[in-house]
Structure formats: structure tokens, C-alpha cells
Design a protein around this ligand. Structure first.
Ligand code: 5GP
Ligand code: ZN
Length: 113
């Protein structure tokens, strides 16, 4: 997707504050953090959302398994964190490239506002 901002970040065409990278995934700090730690985890391959048929179970499993490792690395595992996957219009998704929000570093309320 040539006009997708997260594809451009994945290809290092747009800079980001990366915290983790491997062949298939990239994690970087959100440009507009809503918690002291706010990291986005994306597949490098363009998948528009959880509803995309490209969102395969095997990929989602590996992506999800990275979350506790990242939480440890970011220092938010001990006190806990929130994993958010906004999906579609009513889910509040604004960037149409699948991403996990990993939020921590303060006490988060539920339900969110
Ligand atoms: P969504 O609302 O789609 O779930 O979340 C998109 C997130 O991407 C937002 O939290 C927004 O701040 C973040 N974001 C949008 N553009 C950029 C960017 O260019 N760089 C970074 N680091 N984050 C971005
Ligand atoms: Zn993309």
C-alpha cells in the first residue's frame, strides 16, 4: 500500500522511535501517546485490520506472543498494561494498517472514555 503511513514506517521511509524490530514486525512509540508508555506493534506486511483476510491466525499468534516480551522490555509487565486493537469505524481505527496499542505506565480506567 503505497499511501499507507505504517507501511512507510515499516520500510523506514518515515522515521519512528522504534523499540523492537524483526523480519516480520516493528514496534514503535505512538506519536501522540495517551499513556506514559504507548507503543504500536505492527506487521511489516500490509494488513488493513483484524477483519482483513490477511490477518491470519499464525501471524496474529506470533504478534500477540511478542506483547509480553515487549512489556518486559518496556518495564510495564510488573504493574500491567492494556492491549487495544481498534477495528473499523466504530472501533475508532484511524490508520488502516493493523496495529496493537500497548499502553502502560499509569493506572488505566475501564471502560475507557
Ligand atoms: P488508531 O486510532 O488507528 O487505533 O491508532 C492510530 C495511532 O497511530 C494513533 O494513536 C496515532 O497517534 C498514531 N500515529 C498516527 N500517525 C503516526 C505516525 O506517523 N507516527 C507514529 N509514531 N504514530 C502515529
Ligand atoms: Zn500499510
Amino acid at each position: 500500500m503505497s499511501d499507507c503511513i505504517f507501511c512507510k514506517i515499516a520500510k523506514h521511509e518515515i522515521p519512528c522511535d522504534a523499540v523492537y524490530e524483526d523480519d516480520d514486525f516493528l514496534a514503535f512509540r505512538d506519536i501522540n501517546p495517551v499513556a506514559p508508555t504507548h507503543v504500536l506493534l505492527i506487521p511489516k506486511q500490509h494488513v488493513s485490520s483484524l477483519l482483513d483476510e490477511g490477518a491470519k491466525a499464525e501471524m496474529l499468534g506470533r504478534m500477540t506472543a511478542l506483547v509480553p516480551k515487549l512489556a518486559e522490555q518496556l518495564g510495564i509487565a510488573a504493574d500491567g498494561f492494556r492491549l487495544v486493537v481498534n477495528t473499523g469505524k466504530e472501533g475508532g481505527q484511524t490508520v488502516h494498517h493493523l496495529h496493537f496499542h500497548i499502553l502502560g505506565g499509569r493506572s488505566l480506567q475501564w471502560p475507557p472514555g
